[in-house]
Write a protein that binds this ligand. Structure first.
Ligand code: ADP
Length: 585
């Protein structure tokens, strides 16, 4: 009849506690009571009588009567009429099932008592004692000690125990149900959490996909924009020189042109042709780079010479734009003889210098290099319009140009930097940029230093000569004169203004002589000489200037110059002056 077979009374009620409670209660009331589960297992027993435990349940014959009684009671548990039974041993048993929602959980037993209105007389038990060979005195004593109840009392007891059992079972069942509901909720929560996690993961995936889509859309839009810009720029870049060629070649056809005009028109046509060639070269180069058709070809050459050639070419353009242009070559020609792809390096530097000239309106441009570890770092620095942080990556991409705001007249195809970058990578190097908007741009090309000769030890240098000269060409001329005409090994250092000259003399004790230009920006040679003499009174300083009146000479001597040489400097005069200085030292 237990419909809910998986739940047993012992599962929902704390049997140990009930047993303790029943034992205490039995001591108070002397009511013998038991709880038996649906599988006939005795769960709780309190106050069982000696007559039962010592006699009836001990002897096999009387035990049979007990079992028959148990059987009967169980068989009639649910028909109200027959739950009380007087067993063949002369004892009464009464049972009451604990039923909740039609499920039978356990049975309350009240046993081994006598009804006060129907007491059994002793003769029946004396016969029993004889029949089963019980100690008669003890047996009758045990009989007299069992409780006697009225019918009402029995009903009361049964009502009480049945109610107690039901309340306990109901409570336990409720607890169990709660526990199960709680476990179910926990389980559902786990599933929910898992689902949440899955949704979160999906969300992340969607976000990532959205980001990729957004980037792809932006790229597509950008490349569309680039294409349009490229076509517009291309049209401009081709039309401008073409206009020059077409316009001036038609002018050439006019009659009676002076020789001078013919020369000038031809020069314009020639320059326009060159400009057009550059555009075509760039487009061809970028398409060849794109198909990986180009590889590097190493050759041996002197980097100092290459830089000087490039310098000479761009110095003319820099002068036209009134920009100062400086060259820095710290290694000797021998040390700067390296192995790399000369044409590619030349192309990279040309592109960077063309940009430096194009995007600089005042100030200066620096070209040079220095060594770092086993790398050669070549720089092209300018004081031009600079590049905003957000544009610094994109400008290296093909056809990309940064907005040039007020300088709308500055056009280009956006190919120069990508050609430079790809060529730098081809020769095992890279380009990086440091720049700020309106604060100029510094481009650095880092390539492996592969010298063809060992570095010359610096202790072979006997003289260190500082040339203070703002005009790079004048410095280069002096450098060549000094290096070629002094018998001792000398190192030449360049200061581009008076301030730099003072600073170098302060920091470098190895400087043995200064050739001081008097007219320089930032700080002129007079002031610089005075300051240097304050720090190093014994350092010889030879003034060199294009103004060579007596007044100039006197002024130079008055600030501390030791000698004077006029520009243009003649080789013989320089050698004489140097011999004089060095023989005194
Ligand atoms: P182009 O000069 O033909 O536009 P480049 O690829 O040589 O193409 O340069 C890309 C962009 O980078 C230029 O449009 C310009 O915005 C920026 N740029 C390059 N060099 C400089 C520089 N020295 N100073 C400022 N901006 C520069």
């Amino acid at each position: 009849m237990n419909l809910n077979q998986d739940i047993r009374f012992a599962d929902i009620v704390d049997i140990k506690e009930v047993q303790l409670m029943m034992t205490d209660f039995n001591e108070l009331t002397q009511i013998p009571i038991g709880i038996i589960d649906v599988n006939h297992e005795i769960l709780v027993a309190a106050g069982w009588q000696k007559i039962c435990t010592h006699f009836h349940r001990k002897h096999p014959e009387t035990l049979k009567n007990c079992q028959e009684s148990d059987k009967y009671i169980f068989a009639h548990l649910h028909d109200k009429e027959h739950k009380a039974y007087r067993c063949k041993n002369g004892m009464w048993d009464i049972a009451e099932p604990i039923i909740i929602d039609n499920v039978h959980y356990a049975t309350i037993f009240l046993g081994q008592f006598q009804f006060s209105d129907k007491p059994e007389n002793d003769s029946f038990f004396i016969n029993q004692a004889k029949k089963f060979d019980f100690d008669q005195t003890e047996y009758i004593e045990a009989l007299h000690s069992i409780p006697t109840y009225t019918k009402e009392k029995v009903n009361q007891i049964m009502r009480f125990y049945s109610k107690l059992g039901t309340i306990l079972a109901q409570q336990g069942l409720n607890n169990l149900k709660l526990r199960r509901a709680y476990e179910e909720i926990e389980q559902k929560e786990k599933v929910l959490l898992q689902k949440n996690k899955e949704i979160e993961n999906l969300n992340e995936e969607y976000k990532e996909q959205n980001k990729l889509l957004f980037e792809a859309k932006n790229k597509a839009e950008q490349s569309d924009r680039l294409k349009t810009d490229f076509i517009n720029n291309m049209s401009h870049e081709i039309r401008t020189p073409m206009n020059g060629i077409m316009g001036f070649s038609s002018l050439l056809c006019e009659e009676e042109l002076s020789n001078e005009k013919i020369k000038s028109y031809t020069k314009i046509i020639n320059n326009s042709g060159k400009q057009l060639m550059r555009v075509i070269d760039d487009i061809l180069e970028i398409s060849r780079l794109g198909t990986n058709q180009i590889s590097a070809t190493e050759e041996e050459f002197c980097l100092n010479e290459l830089l000087l050639e490039i310098f000479a070419l761009f110095n003319i353009k820099a002068k036209e734009k009134k920009l100062a242009f400086y060259l820095e070559r710290p290694l000797s020609d021998l040390e700067s003889t390296i192995k790399t792809d000369k044409l590619k390096l030349n192309k990279i530097l040309n592109n960077l210098l063309e940009n430096a000239l194009k995007y600089t309106y005042e100030g200066k441009i620096d070209l040079g290099y220095h060594m770092k570890d086993d790398k050669l770092i070549i720089h092209v620095k300018d004081t031009g319009i600079g590049i905003a942080n957000e544009d610094q990556e994109v400008i290296f991409e093909r056809f990309s140009r940064a907005p040039v705001d007020s300088h709308k007249d500055v056009v280009g195809l956006g190919l120069g930097l990508s050609i430079a970058k790809e060529n730098a990578e081809l020769i095992g190097g890279q380009i990086h940029l440091e720049s700020e908007k309106n604060k100029g741009a510094n481009f650095y090309i880092t390539i492996p230093y592969q010298p063809t000769l060992m570095k010359i030890e610096s202790d072979t240098v006997e003289y260190t000569i500082l040339v203070a000269e703002d005009e790079e060409v004048n410095f280069l001329y002096l450098e060549i004169l000094l290096e070629n005409n002094i018998t001792q090994k000398c190192r030449v250092i360049h200061a581009k203004n008076g301030e730099e000259a003072v600073e170098i003399c302060r920091l470098r004790e190895d400087v043995n002589l200064v050739l001081m230009d008097l007219k320089m920006p930032i700080m002129n040679g007079y002031k610089a000489t005075r300051l240097i003499k304050e720090i190093r009174p014994d350092l010889p300083i030879i003034a060199q200037t294009a103004y060579s009146t007596d007044d100039d000479k006197n002024k130079a001597f008055s600030v501390g110059c030791d000698d004077f040489i006029s520009k243009p400097i003649s080789k013989n005069e320089l050698v004489l002056k140097l011999d004089k200085v060095f023989s005194q030292s």
